[in-house]
Design a protein around this ligand. Sequence first.
Ligand code: ADP
Ligand code: TRP
Length: 322
Amino acid sequence: MQRALTGIKPTGDVHLGNYLGMIRPALALQEKYEAYYFIADYHALTSVFDREKLRAHTLETAATWMALGLDPERTILFRQSSIPEVCELAWILTCQVSMGQLERMGAYKQARDRGGDINAGIFNYPSLMAADILLYDSHVVPVGADQKQHVELCRDMAIKVNHRFGEGTLVVPEVSIQPDVATIVGLDGQKMSKSYNNVIPLWLPPKKLRKLVMKIVTDSKGVDEVKDPDTCNVYSLYKLFATPEQTAALRERYLVPGMGYGHAKEELFQVVNATLEEPRERYHEWMAHPERLEEVLAEGARRARSAADVVLERVRDRVGLI
Ligand code: ADP
Ligand code: TRP
């Protein structure tokens, strides 16, 4: 069976962009692939400098996966740091990538342009991300559009390793990005991201969720004006939660006078809330039982390790470390 792998950093509240762009598509792959989904706690160390926060976000992220339907019988859920050998592979890969390639990464350039202190972890993180993927012989990597460049660099590293040390040393993975959810917009119409402070967290109580939905930015057209659904942030989210019939009905309302944006936002709140209601209950149940989450993570780590051992032994042998 081919393998799917993805990771998410435990750096803050999981939000609708994470859910629509990555988690939902990744969960859909569970049946066709042997899936390895992990909580990227080593990656979080580049920006989280508080042990309680890191621990809390790690458990919240695990509970999120479980609440949204990860099947632990089938899918391997684990903490990245349970398999510290990933750092060994990251080092080997760091020696196969040029400074210039790392300097061209958008995420690094953005950090540089924001100014201030940039730790070397931020600069080197594509090597660790490549190690995450390659350590498990992953075939497909479901992510949002912002991660495309990193998966492409990972492919380049794998190809280089195979060229230098022999074909078959590493599996060259494919990126998987769903075009309709590649970049989910946030409250302000930019990409929804923890770093832009424009997110709608997944697990808000309904009242707060409604309040945030009401804050989504629209143009200033009044009730009596015809509106363009295709450029509207509210409609773009609505169609990702609603049925095709609901979507067609709301579209009609945009195209004739008489609907205010408040109405569209109320409709959006209703469909988002309906989708998240049951998972929200499951989320809180998991959060009330961290020991159960730890059990799932421990079993995941055990299975991840047996896959990682095979690959690392092969790589060590090929590069001359044994
Ligand atoms: P953030 O940008 O909020 O820090 P992460 O870097 O933790 O989010 O992203 C985890 C996963 O969610 C990645 O696969 C990423 O591509 C995806 N993702 C994050 N934000 C969005 C978005 N706005 N639209 C689509 N996918 C997203
Ligand atoms: N870099 C990803 C992000 O910021 C998270 C991540 C770490 C990841 N390792 C990965 C995603 C491996 C896919 C595969 O969202």
